[in-house]
Design a protein around this ligand. Structure first.
Ligand code: 5GP
Ligand code: ZN
Length: 147
């Protein structure tokens, strides 16, 4: 792999280079999966691309694809290994969304019925149909490059 694409002081880049220890459970030429040192549940793992990119949208497409393919392969193995029932895949993108390590990564969080964990724990509200349409139209305009 190309070590030039890694950042010198990033914790995850340092783990990828082998300068810091980690408990790796999977590795290929584009991603590595290692266990989170502060897990939400046993088996909580991080799928990390082997290129330093801060956010999902900064990742080259082949890394983006591999991230999802490997997540779908490793997550059920984790669930089986730790005798969980299900899992959440979470990507915190940007500091306001809870991203602390600014090297994009997907969390695989094994889940059990009644484990008390509330991943999508924010309070919700109920917009009107008109409000949903207004927001939808704004998003479609941005996607079309009109805004
Ligand atoms: P974020 O909040 O950026 O989505 O998640 C960063 C995750 O990395 C956290 O869950 C945190 O526990 C984990 N973490 C932080 N430092 C290290 C480390 O040095 N090694 C490992 N394996 N995980 C780390
Ligand atoms: Zn990095």
């Amino acid at each position: 792999m190309n070590f030039m694409s890694l950042a010198r002081d990033c914790i995850f880049c340092r783990i990828i280079r082998g300068e810091l220890p980690s408990t790796k459970v999977y590795e290929d030429d584009k991603v590595v999966v290692f266990l989170d040192i502060y897990p939400i549940n046993t088996g909580h793992a991080l799928v990390v691309p082997k290129v330093h990119a801060e956010k999902l949208e900064d990742l080259p497409e082949e890394y983006l694809e591999r991230l999802l393919v490997v997540t779908a392969k490793v997550a059920p193995a984790i669930v089986k290994a730790v005798k969980a029932e299900a899992y959440n895949v979470v990507i915190n993108n940007g500091r306001a969304a809870g991203q602390e390590i600014m090297h994009v990564h997907a969390h695989i969080i094994p889940r059990m019925t009644g484990d008390g964990c509330n991943i999508m724990g924010c309070r919700r509200f109920k917009p009107s149909r008109e409000e949903l349409e207004r927001v939808g139209e704004e998003i479609r305009k941005v996607l079309k490059g009109e805004k």
